[in-house]
Design a protein. Structure first.
Length: 272
């Protein structure tokens, strides 16, 4: 059985949200692709995730994985949103990486404990997400980072890939006191009226060879952000969807390293 990767982390966001609300949604819900075409963007390898260093916590009935940096609170903090595979070991390791960088990282679970290890299950779980419930879980996670004695965050960000990238954008729209948002190749919103609610600076990371979130869609997104007055930075890499996922077949080490350097700088400037 192949292990689910977690660094494709986030494409279907808006697509995922649309699918969650309407399982019979048109193919536009997967970025203009059929479900089979969309699933083909996500490759898995047998790469093992490192052993987790954090702990599971309860968010009033929803589970999440908390990884803390060394030292004493308060810490800058980040909500981490898993890709379409679910909250697996690779996502937990990503939270550990952020903790090693000095952040309290809280990786939420929007699949109610389910973790996929194949594309069909991942698609099913993604389509089964209740959008209102997911928004509530993210709201609780945001509050947890400020209120929990282990964190006491004054500044809070959000980060996600693929499915999680889309939900990062939705979280930024719904959370006026968010301080930073980083979305990797998540589905975009192109209505300036909707984007105007965003107060957090936003970093968008996209792939020029992505067949779902195409360069043309990224162009629309960038124009809409500007029209809405959202402070933003859009980065584009000559790579495929899921290029930042070291557990996937489309991993591009050079592009992934360059994108992560940009993300680290962005988060440090706004949260530390």
């Amino acid at each position: 059985m192949r292990r689910a990767s977690s660094f494709c982390i986030l494409l279907a966001l808006a697509g995922a949200a649309t699918l969650a609300q309407d399982p019979a949604a048109p193919k536009g819900a997967t970025g203009g692709l059929t479900e089979e075409e969309f699933k083909a963007l996500h490759d898995l390898t047998d790469k093992e995730a490192p052993a987790p260093k954090g702990t599971m916590v309860d968010l009033s009935g929803a589970r999440a994985y908390l990884s803390l940096p060394e030292g004493k609170p308060p810490f800058p903090a980040i909500v981490v949103i898993h890709e379409w595979w679910g909250l697996n070991g690779h996502i937990q390791h990503w939270a550990d990486r952020l903790a090693a960088d000095g952040y309290a990282a809280l990786a939420v679970d929007l699949y109610d404990g389910k973790v996929a290890d194949n594309r069909d299950d991942a698609m099913s779980y993604m389509k089964g997400v209740d959008a209102a419930k997911a928004q509530e879980v993210l709201k609780r996670a945001h509050a947890f980072l400020n209120e929990d004695a282990r964190v006491k965050a004054a500044k809070r960000g959000c980060m996600g890939w693929c499915f999680g990238g889309g939900w990062t954008l939705k979280h930024a729209i719904a959370t006026p006191d968010l301080d930073a948002a980083v979305m990797y190749y998540g589905q975009v919103v192109v209505d300036p009226a909707e984007l105007k609610a965003i107060r957090a600076p936003l970093l968008g990371i996209f792939a020029n060879r992505d067949k779902s979130i195409t360069p043309e869609k990224v162009d629309e997104f960038e124009k809409a952000l500007a029209a809405a007055g959202v402070k933003h930075k859009i980065l584009r890499y000559d790579a495929d969807h899921a290029f930042a996922n070291p557990s996937g077949g489309r991993y591009d080490e050079k592009a992934a390293a360059a994108a992560w350097a940009e993300a680290r700088s962005f988060l440090a400037e706004r949260l530390k």
